[in-house]
Ligand binder design. Structure first.
Ligand code: GFB
Length: 325
């Protein structure tokens, strides 16, 4: 169901999680809108896992519109080795923020999730209706359960209390401000960094986790931020919405493309002791397409831009200091 367009003029907008990959992209995107004020709070200022702290913050700043982009996130290795933490932190953050939004009666809330909410063996491309139709991918079950709980809470609060909440489920994201730590990052930042370091060290081989055969759909985070603002202003349905690019690549293809962009021409060594995760995650984006939104940043262009960002910050930013050998 599409809504009459919501007017953002003069609105007080809270971006929960503004320092992350998604939150920082939302700040960039909102800078182009006539919003009144963008409200932010760091996790050091307010721990959103704490109900009272969250409630106090929301009552004090009184946002009218809220993006829930705060989350504990990570790649396949971070997820599988800390499932309890991923489940607990994300469950608490979502429950506290959604409840606080209900409590003060925000005008609209956008909840951000992930395509890992779908069953491991879901039909491809994955339609929104595939939710809760089968077992999850074991490497990120904790994270997925928390994200399913968040979207269900938003849906049930809409039904019971009339909270104007919508949920978006983006595919695998990448872009500036990503986490480039090799132990906890996702595949795109990991490979950009590994190949960059291999180029500097004139190394002939780089390790790529898994078999290289899983397929993933990658969306530039600026496209996601655009989709989130689009959905905020024009969508009011109960169903969550998939947000994707519409095409996928194998991890081997991705690795070859990133190596070419970075300008490193050594050999890939696939480490099959590391997990592959889901065999494929390609979203069916028919709902967003029907609403009139589509992704605009081609993968190659987005990777070139992200590599430029990384190369510019590498070594100059404490998060991106060279890996110790
Ligand atoms: O990006 P990634 O960690 O996320 O891994 P998932 C995607 C694929 O890339 C997997 C392979 O098959 C990895 O084995 N891969 C190859 C690598 N080399 C590397 C590397 O150096 N680092 C990483 N990280 N992967 C996450 C979930 O799953 O996706 C989260 O765990 C979330 O819950 C997120 O949903 C979007 O797509 O496998």
């Amino acid at each position: 169901m599409s809504a009459t367009r919501l007017d953002l003029s003069g609105k007080r907008v809270w971006v929960a999680g503004h320092r992350g990959l998604v939150g920082s992209a939302l700040l960039r995107r909102l800078a182009r809108e006539p919003v009144g004020e963008v409200l932010t709070a760091t996790s050091a200022q307010v721990d959103l896992r704490q109900q009272e702290a969250t409630q106090t913050l929301v009552q004090r700043v009184k946002p009218e519109l809220v993006f829930l982009a705060a989350a504990r996130v990570g790649g396949i290795n971070a997820n599988r080795s800390a499932q309890g933490e991923f489940l607990y932190d994300n469950l608490m953050i979502a429950a506290n923020v959604i409840e606080a939004c209900r409590n003060i009666g925000v005008e609209k809330l956008v909840v951000l999730g992930s395509s890992c909410i779908y069953p491991r063996e879901a039909p491809q491309p994955i339609p929104e209706q595939a939710l809760l139709t089968g077992p999850l991918e074991p490497t990120n079950e904790g994270y997925a359960i928390a994200k399913i709980a968040a979207l269900e809470l938003a849906k049930m609060y809409r039904r019971q209390y009339g909270l104007n909440a919508i949920s978006l489920m983006p595919t695998n994201l990448y872009g500036p401000e990503d986490n480039f730590d090799l132990a906890s990052s996702h595949v795109v930042p990991a490979l950009l960094r590994k190949f960059h370091e291999a180029k500097l060290a004139r190394a002939g081989t780089v390790e790529v986790w898994g078999t290289g055969t899983p397929r993933r759909e990658f969306l530039h985070v600026d496209d996601l931020a655009d989709a989130a603002v689009f959905a905020l202003t024009r969508y009011e349905g109960e169903s969550h919405l998939n947000v994707g690019a519409g095409t996928d690549v194998s991890i081997r293809e991705l690795a070859e493309l990133i190596a070419e962009i970075v300008g490193w021409d050594g050999s890939l060594v696939f480490d099959s002791k590391m997990p592959d995760g889901a065999p494929r995650k390609l979203l069916d984006v028919a709902m967003m397409t029907a609403l009139g939104w589509r992704a605009r940043i081609p993968l190659r262009e987005g990777l070139v831009q992200t590599y430029e960002w990384f190369a510019h910050h590498y070594g100059a930013d404490s998060r991106l200091e060279p890996t110790r050998r």
